[in-house]
Design a binder for this molecule. Structure first.
Ligand SMILES: C[S@@+](CC[C@H](N)C(=O)[O-])C[C@H]1O[C@@H](n2cnc3c(N)ncnc32)[C@H](O)[C@@H]1O
Length: 953
């Protein structure tokens, strides 16, 4: 359709309102009870937030003549309370800053509702469509998401009326895509019908299941709390395993817990529910000490340790048992609202469970239901180690009975539904009923735990794995107001929300299921690819989703036969770095390396396919989370190999510099938008020395441009945004080689960009003298300057070290400048590095490299840290003498380092306070630093403690 040279530049190739979008993203994420329906309709991992998604879609199809305010309005950020002379971005940033002073609903404060709640008006759609048509040669551009997952990207695309194609490899996600993108739009509001049939299923299941969940007029059990049991190898007791015995969040103070007691005559552990005193220290019983810790159990009778291997062996022999330790129930007293409480298990409870177990073993169908093997895998090996080797083992017998019964009842009404409604409506109803059943599975299995901090049942996939649960919670699916009623309500709400949000759209949508590297789409038929691909081993989608797949195949195998032809989901075509795929392959490379290579090859194949289907003038926008620096190198390399040139990068970050200070950690979790276009193939090579300088210059210009906008960008965002122009230069000039003809990787250009931005930041935020300090000190200063927090990712620290010619590990081992914390770098303050002057030299820690009594120091940072220690330990006068003896007043490196720390450390940091004291008073006079007075001012107050704003509704 559009000739490359004819279409105007796209908005995504220029500046975007990324900070405002970041603020909106944070707003969407903040309140877990008010999320878009994609987030709760069915478990799917790594959903993209609406504001970032809208930005990606709209800026990929609209020209750069659309200004920021217009784009934000079209995204749904259109504040009713904005003064005329202020831009939307400015207004939103101000509202964010003043949140803590405001009261009333959040949306009134901002002047608009969250973006996901806003469906574009017909006028907005007309404006967007006419602008898009002008851009794309008269027709609306087609948007493709080839790894669509839970559908956030295509959902927004159809809400804006663009012809959309959504593809996904995983059949569970494909069912979700049908539910999100097609059914509510095509069939209208069927929520009443889904409700009617769901209730019918529930009534029928209740009738059959009620004998297994005994209840009384005065009491309805809601959840049963179970511990897996292991036999004590020493005394033979069946030991219930639980990391703690707390029942509700207050139990560590004034709450409820269970207490295990040994009944020797019964040779059993019994449980009593206990109320705890306010101060648990004063209680002789502490429920936070459970019977299992770090994989080892302890017998409460003979105190013997039950080793992890012993527990696993019993588990693998299917010898783990179940012991009920508490029942969470509701009691209705006349005229009052029902009250929830915990009680000890009764004999009746145990008998009912026993009967259910016997039925499961004796029923012909049930005894073999879902007895297919759970395949080995990176995530499935964990439950397999604990004897969960068949899909049915994910459930206790009564859980299995309940889910199976609901499936039978669904099957009973399926025929009626199919007779009563046209096919498309019947499929929609049946899909949403199956989705409700899936939610029940997630909340009612042997891996769904009791969260005593709320207190409530936590679903299996609160994490991205199958972590074994020593103790678990069973939901009473037939309970009123909970169980199936709750999952059904959830499904209805999702349907209604999807209908309300997208029901008016008549955009053509195609949902495909297959490998993104070979799509059933004509060449050059797509104008914008917006792709949020998997990221290495972040989520093992297929392994995890098999938990649902085996059930959905039962529910929907005949509705979507093309999705459910295979026994399990496709692991081989999946683009993730899964070492388990290489279990059987021997050879030189490690499984991890093979998995990484496999992932990278698959991404290249997918990118090549995007190249094939993309119009010559089309745009390819990647959305990904900036996790590791090396991701940029591999992504760019794959893009280049597939025939693309990078045009721009935009970090949509939820962080402001202040929030980094407050959190003390820079997790750099921004969503990145990376736009590229088809590249002109070049025959000739470019010498690295010919482009190196330009890669630096454009990065610096970008940093300057962002900095001068006066927006609170984090410094990391400035670095990330500078990658765009640098990669543009690099990829357009590809292939790039060094003087020996060796290929230059994109990483090299990215290092130049990082160095250029660091230089810019030093020049503009620090004094020039910093450039003269030794490179180890420079790394320490740059780390604080760029990451604005004490803790940040290791990989970033390593690249920064390479940039100043240092080795990160020697900065740790020899100079103790940092230590590791959960894979991150934690910068060490002076007290971790300087020996204690108040101790005699033989009693001082040999691990600390800095001797405060030395007369000369290898590094400027050592000297400054030693001075801080002296000031702190001995006071100003001793410090004055110390500084004077070491000529600090005329040591430019010392002064530059101290000044730099004063400028970059957060003001509530202990080292900053000492640096400030050193720079003031008599020591300050001696040092004579050239500081502006505002350096000593308090930082703006944060948002902590804001209480008055109420969440949106
Ligand atoms: C990051 S997720 C997408 C999440 C989605 N944007 C959302 O908001 O829900 C990546 C998706 O890629 C899918 N995927 C992995 N390999 C694929 C392949 N070869 N072809 C198509 N999809 C694939 C995964 O199943 C997963 O759903």
């Amino acid at each position: 359709m559009s000739e490359k040279n004819n279409r105007p530049n796209l908005k995504i190739e220029s500046n975007l309102p990324i900070r405002t979008t970041g603020i909106e993203t944070e707003r969407e994420r903040k309140n877990f009870t008010d999320l878009p329906p994609q987030n709760y309709v069915h478990v799917w991992w790594a959903r993209r937030p609406t504001p970032a998604t809208r930005l990606a879609v709209l800026s990929s199809v609209l020209p750069d003549t659309v200004d920021d305010d217009t784009l934000l309005k079209w995204m749904g950020i259109d504040p009713s309370n904005k003064p005329k002379d202020v831009s939307i971005s400015e207004h939103v940033r101000k509202k964010k800053r003043t949140k803590s002073d405001a009261s009333g609903p959040v949306y009134e404060h901002y002047g608009y509702r969250k973006t996901w709640k806003q469906t574009p008006s017909q006028k907005t759609l007309n404006d967007i469509h006419s602008t898009a048509r002008e851009t794309w040669g008269g027709e609306l551009p087609t948007v493709l998401d080839a790894t669509a997952g839970g559908g956030s990207i295509p959902f927004e695309s159809i809400r804006y009326g663009f012809p959309t194609v959504a593809n996904e490899l995983n059949p569970v996600a494909s069912v979700i895509l049908k539910a999100v993108l097609e059914h509510p739009r095509v069939n209208g509001d069927l929520s009443k019908e889904i409700e009617k049939w769901g209730e019918e299923i529930n009534e029928r299941a209740r009738e059959e299941l009620s004998e297994f969940y005994p209840s009384k007029q005065s009491e309805k059990p809601l959840e049963y709390l179970w511990a897996h049991t292991v036999t004590c190898p020493d005394c033979g007791l069946d030991v219930p395993l639980a990391p703690n015995w707390c029942l509700d969040k207050e139990s560590a103070r004034e709450g409820t817990a269970v207490r295990p007691n040994i009944n020797d005559s019964e040779d059993a552990v019994e449980f009593e529910v206990v109320e705890l005193p306010k101060d648990v220290e004063k209680s002789e019983y502490n429920p936070t000490d459970g019977s299992v810790s770090r994989g080892k159990g302890t017998c409460p009778r003979c105190s013997v340790t039950i080793e992890g291997d012993e527990i696993k062996e019993q588990a693998q022999n299917k010898d783990l048992g179940y012991q009920l330790y508490a029942v969470h129930a509701a009691r209705r007293s006349s005229g009052k609202r029902s009250e929830k409480y915990f009680r000890s298990p009764s004999e009746e409870d145990m008998n009912a469970f026993q009967e259910a177990s016997e039925l499961v073993s004796n029923d012909v169908d049930l005894s073999t239901f879902l007895n297919e093997e759970i395949p080995t895998g990176s995530k499935t090996d964990e439950p397999r180690r604990y004897g969960i080797t068949e899909w049915r083992d994910m459930f206790s017998p009564r859980q299995l009975l309940a889910h199976w019964t609901y499936l039978q009842k669904y099957e009973e009404v399926k025929g009626q539904i199919q007779e009563e409604y046209p096919e498309s409506e019947a499929n929609a109803i049946l899909t949403y009923l199956a989705i409700a059943a899936d939610k029940a599975l997630d909340y009612n299995c042997r891996l769904s735990m009791w969260d005593s901090t709320v207190p409530k049942l936590a679903h299996l996939f609160t994490r991205h794995d199958f972590a074994f649960a020593w103790s678990f919670a069973e939901s009473n699916l037939i309970a009123e107001g909970l169980g199936y009623e709750w999952v059904l309500e959830n499904s209805l709400k999702a349907y209604r929300d999807f209908y309300d949000l997208s029901g008016q759209s008549d955009a053509p949508i195609e949902v495909l299921q297959g490998d993104a590297s070979s799509l059933d789409i004509s060449p050059e038929s797509v104008q914008a690819v917006v792709l949020d691909p998997p990221y290495y081993d972040n989520v093992m989608y297929s392994e995890l989703s098999d938990f649902f797949y085996v059930w959905l195949r039962e529910y929907l195998g005949d509705i979507y036969p093309e999705f459910f032809a295979s026994e399990l989901t496709d692991k081989q075509s999946e683009a993730v770095a899964n070492p388990a795929k290489f279990d059987d392959i021997a050879g030189g490379s490690s499984k991890g390396d093979l998995a990484k290579q496999d992932y990278e090859d698959k991404m290249t194949d997918i990118f090549q396919e995007m190249h094939r289907v993309l119009d010559d003038g089309g745009v390819f926008t990647l959305m990904f989370t900036h996790k590791k620096t090396e991701a940029w190198d591999t992504l760019t390399k794959s893009l280049i190999e597939a025939g693309f040139a990078v045009k721009s990068t935009h970090p949509v970050s939820t962080e402001s510099p202040l929030s980094l200070h407050q959190a003390g950690k820079n997790a750099a979790e921004s969503t990145i938008l990376l736009a590229s276009e088809k590249r002109e193939e070049r025959e000739e090579y470019t010498l690295w020395s010919d482009v190196k300088e330009t890669t630096r210059e454009v990065a610096r210009q970008k940093a300057q441009e962002l900095d001068q906008q006066g927006i609170e960008f984090t410094k990391v965002d400035m670095v990330l945004a500078s990658f765009g122009p640098t990669l543009r230069v690099f990829t357009e000039k590809y292939p790039v080689v060094d003087d020996e003809g060796e290929e230059i990787r994109p990483q090299k250009a990215l290092d130049e960009a990082r160095a250029a931005v660091s230089d810019y930041l030093i020049e503009n935020y620090l004094n020039e003298g910093v450039k003269q300090v030794d490179s180890k000190t420079e790394w320490y200063i740059l780390s604080w300057l760029v990451f604005e927090a004490q803790r940040f990712p290791y990989d970033e620290a390593r690249r920064l070290a390479i940039g100043v010619g240092e080795d990160l590990d020697s900065l740790k081992k020899e100079h103790r400048m940092w230590r590791k914390r959960s894979g991150d770098v934690l910068l060490r303050p002076h007290e971790d590095r300087v020996q204690d002057i108040n101790k005699s030299s033989e009693n001082r820690s040999g691990r600390k490299p800095v001797d405060p009594e030395a007369l000369s120091f290898a590094l400027a940072l050592d000297k400054v840290h030693a001075a801080m220690h002296i000031y702190n330990a001995k006071g100003a006068t001793t410090a004055w003498n110390w500084l004077n003896d070491r000529n600090c007043g005329s040591d430019p490196q010392f002064k530059a380092t101290l000044e730099a720390l004063l400028r970059i450390l957060p003001h509530d940091n202990n080292d900053w306070e000492i640096a400030r004291d050193l720079a003031a008073g008599e020591t300050g006079e001696l040092l004579d630093l050239e500081l502006e007075s505002d350096i000593f001012q308090e930082e703006e107050e944060g948002e902590e403690g804001q209480k008055t704003l109420t969440d949106e509704f």
